[in-house]
Design a protein around this ligand. Structure first.
Ligand code: AMP
Length: 289
């Protein structure tokens, strides 16, 4: 599975990425983490990125594209990956499209974590307090001033990616204001609905397989419905959870429909065959008579 996690700083991309990593045995590619490692190791890239990162601006596209391109060539990428914090600009997204095309890699989905901006500052503040309590080093760019700059650059440079991936029918929007658990569940549910992951093991294995095959064919409608509903939900915060679970029900229905259709077809075939055989038998008997 190959995913992109999209969302402003503090939306929970890192947390959800780690959960997906554990559940689906994927590799998390966080450009922020890679750059921080480069800064710590004082590599040429690190030295170039250090001040830019501290100010809350974005590192030049060529640098991050180069880092990602090299990383995608590593053998551990085979089982799939989650891009966290990349792409962050339209040119980065276009470069990623080219890279993936050249490397014959298919992107499954882009998951947007939609959050209420006013909650982000609180979230980042509590993250900083928790890190301090654990005695961990706090990120230099996790201050209210730098955060507002990071949010501004998200709005102007990264938010256009929502349209970019929505046009390419890759976007799945999840209400990131729910609890961590709920967001995780919703992401996994949506990924199952589009056939990116095996749906939960059911008692009847065969119908489950059929449902998955059908879901793959109709990735667009199922995904699109979920995106639309979840998108609306994020706009009207109080209704959010309800709307998202409505989206969940709709997507479930879609998968059921697909399963039923596939099941029906197979059932029809099963009925047809014996019926044909029976007709043949009768004709033979008649001929004998
Ligand atoms: P993050 O950990 O994703 O919040 O990233 C921390 C900082 O690293 C950002 O504020 C940027 O300065 C830089 N950075 C991370 N990813 C990118 C990217 N894809 N493009 C440009 N700069 C990035």
């Amino acid at each position: 599975m190959r995913l992109i996690l999209l969302g402003p700083p503090g939306a929970g991309k890192g947390t959800q990425a780690q959960r997906l990593v554990h559940k689906h045995n994927l590799i998390q590619l966080s450009t922020g983490e890679m750059l921080r490692a480069a800064v710590a190791a004082q590599t040429p890239i690190g030295l170039q990125a250090k001040d830019i990162m501290a100010s809350g601006s974005l590192v030049p596209d060529e640098i991050v594209i180069g880092i990602i391109s090299d990383r995608l060539d590593q053998p551990d990428m085979k089982n799939g990956f989650i891009l966290d914090g990349f792409p962050r600009t339209v040119p980065q997204a276009a470069a990623l499209d080219d890279l993936l095309k050249k490397k014959h890699i298919k992107l499954d989905a882009v998951i947007e974590l939609r959050v209420n901006e006013s909650a982000l500052l609180d979230r980042v503040e509590s993250r900083v307090a928790e890190m301090r309590a654990r005695g961990e080093e706090v990120r230099i760019d996790d201050t209210p001033e730098v955060l507002s700059k990071r949010l501004a650059s998200y709005r102007t440079l990264t938010e256009p990616l929502i349209h970019y991936y929505s046009e390419r029918r890759k976007l799945l929007t999840v209400d990131g204001m729910m609890t961590i658990e709920h967001v995780t569940r919703e992401i996994n549910r949506i990924l199952s609905a589009i056939g990116a992951v095996e749906p939960k093991a059911s008692k009847a294995a065969a119908p489950a397989k059929q449902a998955k095959a059908g879901a793959r064919k109709t990735t667009k409608p199922a995904g699109k419905k979920a995106v639309k509903t979840a998108g609306k939900a994020a706009k009207s915060a109080p209704k959010a959870t309800k709307a998202v679970s409505k989206g969940a029900k709709k997507a479930k229905k879609a998968t059921k429909k697909i399963a039923n259709k596939t099941g029906r077809k197979t059932a029809k075939k099963a009925v047809k065959k014996p019926a044909k055989k029976a007709v043949k038998k009768v004709t033979k008997k008649r001929a004998k008579r």
